[in-house]
Design a protein around this ligand. Structure first.
Ligand SMILES: [Zn+2]
Length: 304
């Protein structure tokens, strides 16, 4: 509940910023103002109420109903919930693949392009460079020609992240990849390949991932599933700017043996199928200096 409160708090601040960007005198003539108005309205409704079911006989609490805005680049609430959902899907798939082939080596790979002020231009550059690398990968897998170090990946999933340096006013775009390798990658050689494609960056980082008793692979997976924008490091203004530049662009995906992992559309939990008694808990968001969710209604529901 605390986590939801923090996420929604930031969403609320973003919403308030957006209202200041709306020109109410423009009567719908100002395109940017219209976008801000639409986004603010969406954010306002997002996660205002959360309905939980507490299945006390099996000791599980599930999020049964919520209204989300689904603007993952703008709304920390939606980004946070989606990240958590995708994580569990990917972890499932990783463990499945590692059970089938114990020789797979899990690593985190980061690919970077040169920083720049124009986020959209940098995004397009990163995306097209990465596509070229993926095309070569797929070509090798299908036709067996054009080998490079990247082809040692058995399967992987990735996402893009953009950080901002307020001092230089430059965006730093990069791709995080969680990969299962058939063989260890020669980092220098991969850097050469990456530079051949990007023409502006040799930066390729590869780190081994160790499974821990407590967290399994979840920490490394979180590196990739975390948000495209680190909201806590960005001003409300930069977040809006980034949203306008990146909106509608695909930022995540999977390939090789990880291909086909479906990410959940639905951001609520799956409910137990059995007819179990539960407590229905309705929470309402309260915006304050320290925002929180207040429990408004409790209802005892017994199966018929
Ligand atoms: Zn939202």
């Amino acid at each position: 509940m605390t986590r939801f409160g923090i996420l929604k708090h930031r969403a609320k601040l973003q919403e308030q910023y957006l209202w200041t960007q709306v020109d109410f005198k423009s009567e719908g003539e100002n395109d940017l103002s219209n976008k801000a108005l639409k986004a603010a309205t969406k954010l306002k409704g997002c996660g205002q109420f959360l309905l939980f079911h507490n299945y006390y006989t099996i000791n599980q609490v599930k999020l049964a109903k919520a209204h989300y805005c689904s603007r993952h680049l703008l709304c920390p609430m939606c980004a946070g919930v989606r990240a958590a959902k995708s994580m569990s899907r990917y972890i499932q798939r990783i463990e499945e693949l590692m059970r089938q082939n114990r020789h797979l080596k899990p690593v985190l790979i980061t690919l970077t392009v040169k920083n720049g002020e124009d986020l959209q231009e940098r995004f397009k550059h990163l995306r097209s460079s990465f596509r070229t690398l993926l095309d070569r990968y797929n070509d090798y897998k299908k036709k067996g020609r054009g080998f490079n170090q990247f082809c040692k990946i058995d399967g992987a999933f990735y996402s893009t992240e953009y950080t901002y340096n307020p001092k230089t006013k430059e965006w730093h775009p990069h791709i995080h990849i969680f990969a299962l390798l058939n063989e260890w990658i020669d980092q220098e050689e991969l850097a050469e390949t990456w530079h051949d494609i990007t023409l502006d960056s040799y930066i390729v980082d590869i780190r081994r991932v160790k499974k821990t008793k407590e967290h399994g692979y979840s920490k490394a997976v979180a590196e990739v599933c975390k948000y495209a924008l680190k909201f806590s490091d960005l001003s409300l203004e930069n977040t809006w700017e980034a949203y306008l530049s990146l909106k509608g662009n695909r930022l995540t995906g999977c390939f090789g043996s990880m291909y086909g992992v479906e990410l959940p559309e639905k951001l609520t939990d799956d409910l137990p199928l059995d007819d179990l008694p539960y407590l229905e808990l309705l929470y309402r968001f309260v915006f304050a200096k320290k925002s929180y969710y207040n429990l408004e209604i409790t209802k005892d529901v017994k199966p018929k």
